[in-house]
Design a binder for this molecule. Structure first.
Ligand SMILES: [Zn+2]
Length: 498
């Protein structure tokens, strides 16, 4: 298209030039919903030296070629949406006029734009068991960086849209993005959800300590498990305190001095200190409109005997994973190592759960849901790494949450003791199987299938057996280190319960 335009310019010459628009689009070039204060950005490519406008009379500015990759005829414009503006899923109109023109060239964007009216708040509710919020619009093979998971039927205030994600307002100065496929838009007429918090109760049953916070709507939340001291922090967005007491019943064994802060007018923060240095996970969800947080206690004896360990052999079936030049498939390596590790753990008295036991295609979302039901004490997910550079080699382990790093670290140290090079211990890893907060979990990228030396070892059944033994030893190291840490010192004045 550009070549045609250039030839035409050369042939016709500027004296008789009629303006021409090569392309005109929003930036980003995708459907958008904007609200007052948001910027609509547009770019037009056309005949240089003209007057370009969009949305009727709003001007675009032609960029100096130095700012446009050496090209001429690149025009950009910004419009800040004002209160009262209306635009209902429309294409953006453009015009370009040269001084010599008798008629203007016109064009329309392919993407469609809607201006939202704050007077008619657009609401949505989460659907399905794996709804989540993203921080921004980033995308890579792991998806966008996740802010956290949400229960179903949580009401969200949608204040914008870009492409396939809605922007949601969490609090005065906090926004997040939610993929369209995990929410359902509500018809107009709803109120932006807010709630006063009721008085809490904290109780313990045979498995969990449970915090219950009554609300009048299912509000969005986010959580973070801090270490040193171990503390679960949960923010509820749109909530304001009317918590006049926190009843702490019998049977509480893991939670310490629970309390709250109203960190800003519409953010209510629960602060839940844990007794043990090593956290064993937690879940958050709603029962009716009551937010229920279940904190898992450490397993009874912190030894492999009696521990429930989930093993996840990565990929499988149609999802072959990484493949080496020689044809080695990751899915076969992960299953072989998982089966050997299973035998090692069972010999040591552990109960082992597998996300797959055969060469079957098992969706990662399904694996997460299955594990949510099975409630293992911890999870190890097994993979083999791959790089476009065949020289890259070594072993690595991955964790998402710092509270679960000790598990990933213990496995990493043992993996390196096999003689594999250390590729690194990787945190904040935005991978589905590292997403659950319910149990400590770690992903092991055993070695690089794309490296000849690593591949030779990975495909050797004896080396696979050695990996299984090292991973079992890593688990034992983790449990031993956890036993050594024990409960937190400042709680030792309380009756010993564990
Ligand atoms: Zn993999």
């Amino acid at each position: 298209m550009r070549l045609v335009g250039l030839c035409w310019l050369l042939l016709a010459g500027p004296a008789h030039a009629q303006s021409r628009i090569e392309s005109a689009e929003t930036v980003p070039a995708t459907n958008q919903w904007l609200q007052p204060g948001d910027r609509l950005q547009v770019r037009l490519q056309g005949t240089p030296g003209g007057q370009a406008t969009f949305l009727g009379t709003h001007p675009l500015t032609e960029l100096p070629p130095a700012q446009a990759g050496g090209r001429r005829g690149i025009y950009q414009g910004t419009y800040v949406v004002r209160p009262g503006d209306t635009l209902r899923n429309r294409a953006i109109s453009f015009a370009l006029l040269l001084p010599t023109d008798s008629t203007r060239a016109t064009a329309r964007s392919r993407s469609r734009v809607r201006f939202l009216s704050p007077d008619e708040p657009q609401l949505a509710v989460t659907k399905g068991p794996l709804a989540y919020l993203n921080y921004g619009l980033g995308e890579d093979r792991l998806g966008g960086a996740k802010l956290g998971y949400l229960d179903s039927l949580v009401t969200l205030h949608v204040t914008g849209m870009v492409g396939s994600q809605y922007r949601v307002r969490l609090a005065e100065n906090q926004t997040a993005w939610v993929p369209q496929e995990v929410v359902r838009l509500l018809p107009p007429g709803g109120f932006v959800p807010t709630s006063l918090t009721g008085s809490w109760s904290v109780a313990g049953d045979s498995l969990y300590d449970t915090v219950q916070v009554p609300l009048t709507a299912r509000l969005p939340y986010r959580s973070e498990l801090l270490t040193d001291p171990t503390t679960l922090v949960v923010d509820i967005f749109g909530a304001t305190s009317n918590t006049n007491w926190i009843t702490q019943r019998d049977g509480i064994r893991e939670l310490g001095d629970v309390h709250y802060q109203q960190v800003q007018p519409d953010v209510f923060r629960l602060i839940l200190p844990l007794r043990h240095a090593q956290a064993w996970g937690y879940s958050i969800g709603y029962r009716g409109n009551t937010l229920v947080i279940k904190v898992k206690r450490p397993p009874a004896n912190l030894r492999l005997r009696g521990l429930t360990v989930a093993l996840d052999a990565g990929h499988g079936g149609e999802n072959v994973g990484a493949t080496s030049a020689a044809g080695t498939q990751e899915k076969d390596l992960t299953l072989a190592i998982a089966q050997k590790l299973r035998r090692e753990l069972e010999k040591a008295g552990a109960r082992v759960l597998m996300t797959r036991e055969t060469d079957a295609t098992v969706d990662n979302g399904y694996r997460v849901l299955l594990l949510r039901q099975l409630r293992p004490d911890l999870l190890i997910s097994l993979h083999a790494n791959s790089s476009a550079n065949p020289a890259v080699q070594g072993t690595s382990t991955f964790y998402r949450y710092v509270a679960f790093r000790p598990l990933a670290w213990a496995l990493y140290e043992q993996m390196r003791s096999t003689g594999l090079k250390g590729f690194g211990n990787v945190g904040s890893f935005n991978f589905g199987l590292n997403g659950p907060t319910e149990y400590p979990n770690a992903l092991v990228e055993t070695a690089f299938v794309s490296n000849a030396e690593d591949e030779k070892r990975l495909t050797d059944p004896q080396f696979q057996q050695q990996l299984a033994e090292r991973l079992r030893a890593g688990l034992e190291d983790f449990l031993k280190a956890t036993r050594a840490k024990g409960p937190r010192g400042w709680l030792l004045h309380e009756p010993a319960r564990n």
